[in-house]
Design a protein around this ligand. Structure first.
Ligand code: ADP
Ligand code: MG
Ligand code: MG
Length: 496
């Protein structure tokens, strides 16, 4: 059924109706806060203008079975990554010590700085045993030529600043509106209301933050969302702030790292973090995931200050480290999953969504992988330890790139098999214009986990939930997939 749709989607609509759909979508998005700040050259004074977020005009077909598998896997991934954060020996092995082949923290300044914060705070003793994880596991459909049934393969697992939960929830509502308000959106009866799954992402994330705030246990405390200066995706974040206030009566303040540097302090006795004399219950990061987020060394001091504090971190530095692409590569090695997940069928389920990953270090596997990448670059993507899109090296760019790296630099990358996604025709709406073409969709499943630092596997989980989804769609010509980085648009799945 899914395969049959690949050549007949989206439903045929006339030019006039397409124009009408475009207008309806733009106005619905502007009316319902599916918006971002405009690029600098279109902005009005005092941040007083917005544009609609980039959107898919039609929901993109996605196999129901594969979608449900993603939902099913999420509590397992939540648990797996929490257990990884508590495995100090493994983190040390991968980041630096014991194994001189890896030495990730030595070839990569950014990882080294995070790792140093991790070591410092572990040595001093952590002052907050509870952590909040808002993660997103991203998948592409894999349908190599000749295969009958597409399956999901994990692209990556995000443990910091997993964004677009609010706008994604609203994208489903927009597709429902288009269906209801026109009688041609589904001229061929493929798009049905019941095939557009409920998306709880916005509410689930807010509920997770509210629960962490409650566990912190101080009535007058507030949540801080740590943002990038000049954030264009501010409204995805504002929705969280408004819902937290309306539904839970919890305030969320917005601060950059630099602002916290000016206004924040730690109580030397209790380690409570205060910003502007407000005590901080939860420090929720939507920044600090890449080198560019640390404008000066002082910003690194602030990250350390927050990590030392009694606030509940979302995420902790340990979570950020285990979200690295290197750990995702290591997880595909035989026997690693089994250390954290005891049930055999759970292990098999997790493993079934892993694509081939290879080290690029000085080990014999690393040498073999580097040679393969030089010979058959079109089969691989090369990834550094970075987040936020725009960092990977693809296909025929790989050989020249690898040849320019020293061995210690090469070791900070991993190699991954290219996932072969089916193409689906759609129209993307960006800055008021439609772009028609063959598209690739990437499914994200959100997870909320509140855990403790208990060293055993008992009493470690307070909340473990699957927390809604995101579908991002990009033209097939584009390698990267980020929305904020300008490659993809927000979509919603049409379950087939
Ligand atoms: P980031 O953390 O920067 O988002 P990702 O691993 O998600 O890094 O890679 C960015 C994009 O590159 C993805 O959204 C996807 O579109 C594409 N991509 C990554 N890995 C693969 C892969 N193995 N096969 C095909 N495309 C991939
Ligand atoms: Mg990422
Ligand atoms: Mg990604």
């Amino acid at each position: 059924m899914f395969n049959a749709l690949l050549s007949s989607y989206p439903p045929q609509v006339s030019e006039a109706n397409l124009k009408h759909l475009k207008e309806l979508s733009i106005d619905w998005a502007l009316s319902h806060g599916v918006v971002i700040r405009p690029p600098a050259d279109l902005a009005l004074a005092n941040n007083s203008s917005v544009i609609h977020a980039p959107l898919a005009l039609f929901p993109s077909p996605f196999p129901k079975k594969a979608f449900e598998k993603g939902l099913l896997l999420q509590p397992l991934f939540n648990l797996l990554f929490h257990r990884l954060t508590k495995d100090n020996e493994y983190i040390k092995e991968i980041m630096n010590e014991n194994n001189c082949r890896n030495r990730l923290s030595k070839g990569d300044d950014f990882i080294e700085k995070l790792y140093n914060i991790y070591l410092t705070v572990n040595k001093e003793g952590i002052s907050q045993p509870i952590s909040l994880s808002i993660s997103r596991s991203d998948y592409l459909l894999h349908l190599p030529s000749g295969a009958n049934e597409p399956k999901i393969l994990q692209v990556e697992y995000n443990t910091i600043a997993s964004s677009f939960s609010s706008l994604s929830t609203l994208a489903t509502d927009m597709h429902r509106y288009l269906l209801k308000s026109t009688n041609y959106f589904d001229s061929s009866s493929i798009i049905k209301n019941e095939s557009l799954p409920q998306n709880e992402a916005m509410d689930s994330l807010v509920k997770g933050i509210a629960k962490a705030h409650e566990l912190y246990g101080s009535q007058n405390a507030v949540v801080v969302i740590i943002i990038q200066p000049n954030e264009r995706n501010a409204f995805d974040q504002r929705w969280i702030e408004y819902k937290l206030l309306e539904n839970y009566n919890v305030q969320m303040i917005r601060k950059t790292l630099t602002e916290i540097g000016q206004e924040g302090r730690l109580d030397p006795e209790t380690k409570a973090l205060h910003i502007d004399d407000k005590e901080i219950s939860v420090a929720y990061f939507r920044s600090a995931y890449g080198p560019a987020d640390y404008l000066t060394e002082k910003d690194w001091d602030i990250r350390l200050l927050i990590e030392r504090s009694r606030s509940i971190k979302c995420p902790t530095v340990a979570y950020q480290l285990v979200g690295s692409k290197k750990i995702q590569q290591m997880l595909t090695n035989p026997g690693v999953l089994e250390r954290y997940i005891s049930n055999e069928s759970d292990v098999q389920n997790l493993r079934s969504c892993f694509a081939g990953h290879y080290p690029l270090d000085a080990s014999s596997e690393g040498e073999v992988a580097a040679n393969l990448a030089l010979k058959h670059p079109e089969d691989y993507v090369m990834k550094p330890q970075r987040e936020g899109g725009g960092n990977n090296i693809y296909s025929t760019d790989i050989p020249k790139f690898i040849s320019g790296l020293s061995l210690s630099e090469r070791s900070t990358y991993i190699l991954m098999d290219i996932i072969q996604s089916p193409l689906i025709h759609n129209f993307l709406l960006r800055q008021g214009e439609l772009i028609e073409g063959d598209m690739i969709s990437e499914l994200g499943i959100y997870g909320v986990f509140i855990g403790t630092s208990n060293s055993d596997f008992e009493n470690e989980s307070i909340v473990n939930e699957t927390a809604g989804h995101l579908l991002r769609t990009k033209p097939k010509e584009t390698n990267e997939g980020g929305v904020a980085s300008g490659f993809a648009v927000i979509d919603s799945p049409l379950l087939i």
